[in-house]
Design a protein around this ligand. Structure first.
Ligand code: SAH
Length: 250
């Protein structure tokens, strides 16, 4: 493929990232080609980019800004406050700040919390949406998120602390939604699967584990809810888990 220059006139008319402003930017699910032009424009204008764990090197090399790792590791519960404070401090120091997040900033990315904290601190902020992992996973495994024949609704849910998070709502979420798309679902998949069977979801329902979607390492493993525990230990993250009739390969 010929290389394409993405500098200069392509970005004329795009919004300006001003000193003292913070943009929360979605980097998409991994494939550099799924970055939006707005995301690229933001990265080219930034003085400093705070980036998350799942952002690939290919994407980080597109910015001339100072790169600061702001990913969280399991068990670091107060880290989010620190990241938010760093964004505020960088903006107050007059930098053009990009907070680069995997997928879409407002889908399970704590972008909502960061946005609220920036508003509270009086820091102007803008959101640049990104392709969320569910969309990347659906495309790369050719599983439609909606389909007129079998699902006209799709539910994105977090597997992180799902047991307590959904409480009584498990019945409605687990049973009634035609397609469940589980983010961060690998660790607790055994418990989540059990809850789904308990509330009446059929053991025959197709399940897809889609790992590293849109990257060269992507894999899709198809099974059923009943059989899924036998493959689950072999699945590596990051993974999207889709559960529903429409997940069937036919
Ligand atoms: N804001 C992100 C989600 C962050 S939560 C978005 O919109 O996509 C992190 C979870 O996203 C991971 O645990 C995994 O479930 C999912 N994820 C992120 N990138 C992925 C990828 N390339 N393939 C599969 N799942 C992915």
């Amino acid at each position: 493929m010929d290389s394409v220059s993405l500098d200069g006139s392509l970005f004329s008319g795009f919004p300006t990232l001003s000193p003292g402003h913070v943009w929360l930017v979605g980097a998409g699910p991994g494939d550099v080609g799924l970055l939006t032009l707005h995301a690229l424009s933001a990265m080219k204008q930034a003085d400093v980019v705070y980036y998350d764990a799942l952002i690939p090197q290919d994407i980080l090399t597109l910015t001339p800004a100072t790169l600061i790792y702001a990913g969280k590791k399991a068990g670091e519960s107060c880290r989010q406050d620190r990241i938010t404070q760093d964004l505020i401090d960088a903006a107050r120091a007059g930098h053009r700040v990009v907070r680069l997040k995997g997928g879409d900033p407002l889908v399970f990315g704590r972008g909502g919390e960061e946005m609220q904290a920036l508003h509270a601190a009086g820091i102007p902020c803008r959101i640049i949406p990104g392709v969320t992992a569910a969309q990347g996973a659906a495309a790369c495994s050719q599983i439609p998120l909606t389909h007129r024949d079998h699902n006209s609704a799709v539910t994105f849910l977090s597997g992180h602390q799902a047991e307590t998070l959904y409480g009584e709502a498990w019945h409605d979420i687990g049973l009634r939604s035609p397609l469940l798309v589980l983010y961060m679902g690998l660790k607790n998949f055994d418990k989540i699967r059990l809850r789904l069977l308990e509330v009446g979801r059929s053991a025959d329902q197709p399940v897809a584990f889609i790992s590293a979607a849109t990257t060269p390492q992507q894999t899709t493993v198809l099974t059923t809810l009943g059989e899924s525990l036998s493959v689950w230990p072999s699945i590596s993250g990051p993974a999207i888990i889709m559960i529903g009739q429409g997940v069937s390969p036919e």
